[in-house]
Design a protein around this ligand. Structure first.
Ligand SMILES: [Ca+2]
Length: 383
């Protein structure tokens, strides 16, 4: 029986390479290896600079699940619902983009709607707070005896009323900007009426923002005036003054036409304050131009308490209409110490530290704690 076979495929010809071709092949292989190594080394070198941002973007997308809706924000008609309460201005409410892409606790930038409300034109002053204390006999947290259970490691003789004041380090003191320890000093007897401690007063500073007030102290004052603290979203809407996604409450430039627009820190923090804006500590309220809604000092001067609890991840889940903050406070940097939101930065914020005079950035504080750079202003519902 005859069997048919498919013809076999002829073997590939064994073509010898010329010495030049062999050399080129080697060169290509070496170039390929060098190229791969270069990519790995470049990625390794750039990771410390940009890796965090890449991770953050991924995390943001993972958590958020959908790309942001980037439509134009719409501000409500600005007609106030009635005559303005004394010292307040109407904030019309509407849509705005809240947050800041460069800060882990202020991402994602997201659109929020807030209803219109009244807001104090300026931070509550020493004179205004004195009227409240005179009328009510209120005692601030910084004036109270600290509780032993809150300071279990403190010897009994150290449990005296105190607040925290800024103390400029010496020129040769080495300060780590990450620790806060280098420029804060516990001062016994410091309070809103003795800002630098016993023997100091607010005389001559009647129209400066009241400081050394805790969240509780701020809430008590607002209630006395039948007002309330602004929510964080209201505060940011108001601070933006009708501008959309600008870095400053007044626009794009830190110093338009060479003019300082807020009481912040010039020079290298915390060693040298060149006071280019005219003020080393707090400034009288209204020393700088108002923003688009007629509000003064929404950047710098004194930090301002807001009503919301602080959580660094809140913006990933916050409602898009009149957010009121999370149900409880949580700060990764100080677990077990619930905090409320503060906004606006202070006279201690410099471009090498803090920088929280940039709109959309956040601060926070424990509800009974006070310091020489923290005050507040009040808001009120439309009647
Ligand atoms: Ca200043």
């Amino acid at each position: 029986m005859k069997t048919t076979h498919k013809p076999l495929t002829p073997p590939a010809a064994n073509i010898a390479l010329s010495p030049r071709e062999v050399a080129l092949k080697k060169l290509y292989r070496i170039l390929a290896i060098v190229g791969v190594l270069a990519v790995i080394l470049t990625a390794g070198a750039l990771w410390p600079l940009y890796g965090d941002r890449l991770l953050r973007t991924k995390t943001m997308r993972d958590l958020w699940g959908k790309p942001p809706e980037m439509r134009e924000p719409k501000i409500n008609a600005s007609n106030p619902p009635g005559p303005a309460p004394d010292g307040m201005v109407w904030i019309p409410g509407g849509d705005f983009y809240m947050g800041h892409d460069d800060y882990d606790d202020a991402i994602p930038v997201h659109m929020v709607y807030v209803d219109g409300f009244w807001m104090d034109k300026h931070e509550v002053t020493n004179e205004q707070y004195a009227d409240f204390v005179k009328a009510t006999g209120y005692v601030t947290d910084a004036e109270k005896q600290p509780r032993a259970e809150d300071f279990p490691d403190a010897p009994p003789d150290k449990l005296k009323p105190f607040s925290i004041i800024f103390k400029k380090p010496g020129p040769n003191d080495l300060v780590d900007l990450r620790t806060h320890q280098g420029w804060w000093d516990l001062q016994y007897g410091a309070s809103w009426k003795h800002p630098e401690g016993p023997g100091t007063t607010t005389l001559g500073r009647e129209n400066h923002p009241v400081v050394h007030v805790s969240y509780n102290d701020a809430v008590a004052y607002c209630r006395w005036g039948k007002k309330r603290l602004p929510t964080e979203a209201e505060w940011e809407f108001a601070a933006r003054g009708g501008l959309d996604r600008k870095p400053y409450t007044w626009g794009d430039e830190l110093k338009p036409e060479g003019k300082w627009m807020a009481n912040i820190w010039q020079g290298e923090f915390p060693y040298k304050n060149t006071k280019e804006d005219g003020f080393e500590g707090t400034a009288p309220v209204g020393s700088f131009p108002p923003n688009g809604y007629g509000l003064h000092d929404m950047a710098g001067n004194a930090w301002e308490w807001c009503a919301d609890w602080y959580r660094s991840d809140y913006y990933r889940e916050s409602p898009d209409k009149n957010p009121q903050g999370p149900d409880s406070g949580f700060d990764w940097n100080e677990r077990g110490v619930p905090k409320r939101v503060q906004r606006g930065g202070s006279f201690l914020c410099a471009d090498n530290y803090c920088i929280r005079y940039v709109v959309g950035t956040r601060g926070k504080g424990e509800v009974t704690s006070a310091a020489s750079h923290t005050g507040f202003r009040c808001a009120m519902n439309a009647k």
